[in-house]
Ligand binder design. Structure first.
Ligand code: ADP
Length: 166
């Protein structure tokens, strides 16, 4: 049987416990998971693509079945290069659905062999988003239950530097 590879694309700005839970669950279903950090998003990003990739690598437990890299341009083109046809996405709430459905349909339109698989996180993580993590950290709040310690530290460093320059 052919090996099953899932590509998990996102901005991961920064990676959270929600993302990690999806990766952990995906590894029970797929032989390989490629965490694909989007470069396209660079302009609004808090962390550069290199920093986001480095943080994901630091917090994903060492595993031969997980690969972390950045990609640029159309996801379907990247998937072709990786010889993968499954996109993995997480669903938090029904509010994610419209956008995700639109993206999945678009990608199917661009390549009819592409399928998107949606996963739901554990109940402790469904409310976490990178955006709220950035907001809380920028206001000096604690994000210790939302992201691993190394990510929380990087956020503190980033916002201390930013605030001391104000
Ligand atoms: P975010 O939407 O948090 O800024 P990304 O663009 O990096 O994050 O998200 C990549 C994928 O991970 C998306 O499919 C997103 O819905 C999913 N995801 C992010 N956080 C969670 C979570 N807490 N539970 C389930 N899925 C999540």
């Amino acid at each position: 049987m052919a090996e099953r590879t899932a590509v998990y694309p996102g901005s991961f700005d920064p990676i959270t416990y929600g993302h990690l839970d999806i990766i952990k669950r995906a590894l029970t279903m797929f032989d390989h998971v490629i965490v694909a950090v989007a470069r396209n998003y660079e302009k609004q990003a808090l962390f550069s693509a290199e920093e986001r990739v480095a943080l994901v690598r630091e917090v994903v437990p060492p595993n031969l079945h997980v690969q972390v890299e950045s990609f640029e341009g159309l996801l379907v083109e990247y998937m072709k290069k990786k010889k993968a046809r499954i996109i993995l996405r997480g669903l938090r709430a029904t509010s994610d659905f419209d956008y995700e459905y639109h993206m999945a349909s678009m990608n199917r339109e661009l390549n009819e062999w592409i399928d998107t698989v949606f996963m739901v996180t554990g109940k402790d993580y469904f409310f976490i988003s990178s955006r709220t993590v950035r907001e809380i950290a920028s206001l000096g709040g604690s994000v210790k239950d939302l992201v691993p310690e190394v990510v929380a530290r990087r956020l503190r460093e980033r916002f201390t530097t930013a605030n001391s320059q104000d």
